[in-house]
Design a protein around this ligand. Sequence first.
Ligand code: ATP
Ligand code: MG
Length: 356
Amino acid sequence: KLREALTRAFLDVQSVNPMLKTSLVGVPWIELLASDGVLEVKIERLPGLDEDERLAELISVATRKDWEAFEVVDFWREPGGVYSVFILEDVASDKRLDVTSVISSAVPFKIALQKGLIVDFEKSPGLGLFGKSGAGKTTTLLAFLAQFLAGGSQVYLVDGKNELQALSSVLQRASGVSDVLSMLGYVVAQMEQREDFLGKEGARQQRLGLKASEVGLTPLVVAIDELGALVASAQAKEKAELIALLTQIALKGRSSGVILVVASQFASVDTIPNAVRSQLSTKILLGGAPAELVRMVFPTASPGARSARQFEGFVYVDGQLGREPGRYQVPSLGKLENVSKWGGFVTYYDTERALV
Ligand SMILES: Nc1ncnc2c1ncn2[C@@H]1O[C@H](COP(=O)(O)OP(=O)(O)OP(=O)(O)O)[C@@H](O)[C@H]1O
Ligand SMILES: [Mg+2]
């Protein structure tokens, strides 16, 4: 339908506009790629119809009626110069997740990032949340942690800014560097036990590549709020230890059901080691961001700064959305701002049970 609407827009412009003096009326080749909330429109550039601004205008006309929520948010020319690519996004509908409403249906390994966008962490192991101070990273992280807890995950929180003491009653939390190191050391030991268990279970069932969920292991979530703050306060030796532990968790976590969630103001290699970064298959960038940060967070996206309203941003899930990051809105915690409400859905976890 959209292709038809676009074709009609092209025919209209050519019949009212004598800019094409040839006897043939050319309608460009159009390719469409649709994913949740994002449309990618690829248009062949024809003589007389090859100005990108003009094409963007035509797209706006064609989408005005049936796709009014969509707006052209970005466009560029493909190398080779044959096609121009336009990214249209649903900029109108409210996708803000109401965490309270999804808690009751939480399942292990899957969480909703926003309305209509669910991520399976057994397929996409890590999540990175970036944005400047006050952008809503901690709020977003809490919305995810609540879902993990409700789905029966064990959660280990590295509280880099030591501001989430209230959560100590519902999850494992560490703040100072030495506490964090011993907590992560414990996680790595758990991970090794899990790997061993998976290996034995594989031998028993004569199967290779068993997933954690297939043998009843529940997720173990390592969440880090402000890794940067922690790294900054660590001495060289501690920093090296910290990076070594995180690298192990990032590289070996997925097969044993260990999930890594990192929130940080910065996305540079100094703050987040490459091995960790490469495991973050879901990325969220909150707030407007300069081109440099966009490139660090979304290396495969089209270059350019991104603007976003407050408590909004961009999300990208490897292999699940199109090529371009889609619009993101910071979830609403609702009554979960009161931590005493968390007790109702947290499964108090018996470590031994997962390994029996
Ligand atoms: N959608 C929203 N609407 C209104 N206020 C919000 C929304 N999301 C978060 N806030 C509030 O904005 C403030 C900053 O959010 P938050 O602490 O999550 O940001 P942050 O990115 O973690 O900041 P920092 O880098 O300083 O830790 C908080 O007071 C939070 O309650
Ligand atoms: Mg924060």
